[in-house]
Design a protein around this ligand. Structure first.
Ligand code: PLP
Length: 398
């Protein structure tokens, strides 16, 4: 592992780059949306540079080398054998999800999600006139689990035709294990509900943990499952519009392929292919170094919160660079807390209610940034929470 060659401490400046995350005031510190403040891997930059040096950017096709790079990555890194023909290029995981919702379900159907979950799932469902059906995750002893009785009841409803699953799960950082995947998958099969598994965060599984691709659990589940993956989260290429949809079942694959083509989401821009191939074939040392750095950041965050704000609880996480922080001892509604933090300290974090479920007492903090910036953010956080607390009637008396 080569931490020397990759300088994650570099204080990057993203102001003036049309960064969605950094569209904030000059004194503000954004630690919200899920992209990182690190430069991407030098191998990806070199691949982009070679493409740039060609100086012509025409319509782009998907070469065999793309399928090879994706398949080999999953084989090597995740021990999941993906056949080339299972893979379809798509311009992003969210475009894929929306397209699959449109193609594989009918207006008025229920689409099930396990909440709290990535907020854009709700948009993909509601914007396509389907109903969101929530099976709320059970939160107990500072950890989340699936309520299988509730899940089954909801999958059994005749209107439920699709489950959108998140593995690893944003925002709670959970890597679902084989048993959970098997149980949930078998329930979907029993009730004829299609599985769409968004696995975009899989390459951000923390060192020492192992992610299990949903489709790898059994042949029966593989035949019932559509998986969305991308290099963009782990290699900090969000916005490059590069993802893959993996569908082992040929009948389902033909339908999904029709859907993304109808939606004009199946063709890459001039950099999308280079991004995936270079990340998956040359980016592994950089990714390993990143994961080490992120682990140090997480330890710093957990240590600071435990020592300065012991009434808050950072939920144990096995993946992602997002801390999901339980603030129930301070407030029942983190919207007000997050607004206060932004106004008084400039720190911009995500309030939990947007993720549904029990999110309203949580907030989400993105710690994928140079340590000096993280220290600044944590300082603002501690000061802001303490000041907010001093204004509150204690939660247990409200
Ligand atoms: C679970 C999940 N899926 C998808 C995305 C976005 O995917 P894309 O940029 O490929 O549309 C995100 C971004 O945060 C995410 O957290």
């Amino acid at each position: 592992m080569n931490l020397v060659n990759y300088n994650f401490d570099k204080m990057t400046n993203r102001f003036g780059t049309n960064s969605y995350k950094w569209d904030v005031g000059s004194k503000e510190l954004p630690m919200w949306v899920a992209d990182m403040d690190f430069e991407t891997s030098p191998e990806v930059i070199e691949a982009f540079q070679r493409r740039l040096d060609h100086r012509i950017f025409g319509y782009t096709s998907v070469p065999d080398a793309y399928y090879e790079a994706v398949a080999q990555w999953w084989d090597r890194r995740h021990h999941f054998h993906v056949h080339h023909e299972w893979i379809m290029f798509c311009t992003g995981v969210v475009p894929a999800i929306s397209s699959i919702v449109r193609k594989m379900t009918t207006a008025g159907d229920n689409v099930l999600v396990l909440a709290p979950v990535y907020n854009i799932f709700y948009n993909s469902i509601v914007n396509n006139q389907r109903n969101v059906l929530v099976s709320e995750l059970v939160y107990s002893e500072h950890t989340y689990s699936i309520n299988f009785d509730d899940l089954e009841e909801k999958l059994a409803a005749p209107e439920t035709t699709l489950m959108i699953f998140c593995n690893p799960h944003n925002p709670i950082g959970k890597v679902w294990d084989n048993d959970d995947l098997q149980k949930a998958g078998n329930l979907c099969i029993k009730h004829n509900v299609l599985i769409l598994s968004d696995e975009i965060h899989c390459d951000l599984t923390h060192l020492g943990y192992r992610y299990t691709p949903f489709a790898s659990v059994s042949e029966e589940i593989a035949q019932h499952c559509i998986t969305c993956v991308a290099p963009t989260k782990a290699f900090n290429l969000a916005g490059i519009q590069s993802s893959s949809i993996i569908v082992p079942n040929p009948g389902l694959r033909a339908l999904v392929n029709r859907g993304i083509n109808t939606d004009e989401a199946a063709e890459p821009n001039a950099f999308a292919i280079e991004a995936a191939i270079s990340a998956f074939t040359e980016g592994e040392p950089w990714l390993n170094a990143l994961l080490s750095y992120l682990m140090e950041n997480r330890q710093l965050l957990e240590h600071l919160i435990a020592s300065q704000l012991p009434e808050l609880e950072v939920i144990h996480s096995e993946a992602t660079y997002l801390a999901w922080i339980d603030c129930r001892a301070v407030t029942r509604d983190t919207k007000a807390l997050c607004e206060y933090l932004r106004k008084e300290t400039g720190l911009y974090v995500s309030e939990g209610s947007m993720f549904g479920g029990n999110g309203s007492t949580f907030l989400r903090m993105n710690y994928a940034c140079p340590k000096a910036r993280l220290e600044d953010g944590l300082r603002r956080f501690a000061e802001g929470v303490k000041a907010f607390q001093s204004l509150q009637i204690p939660a247990n008396r409200s």
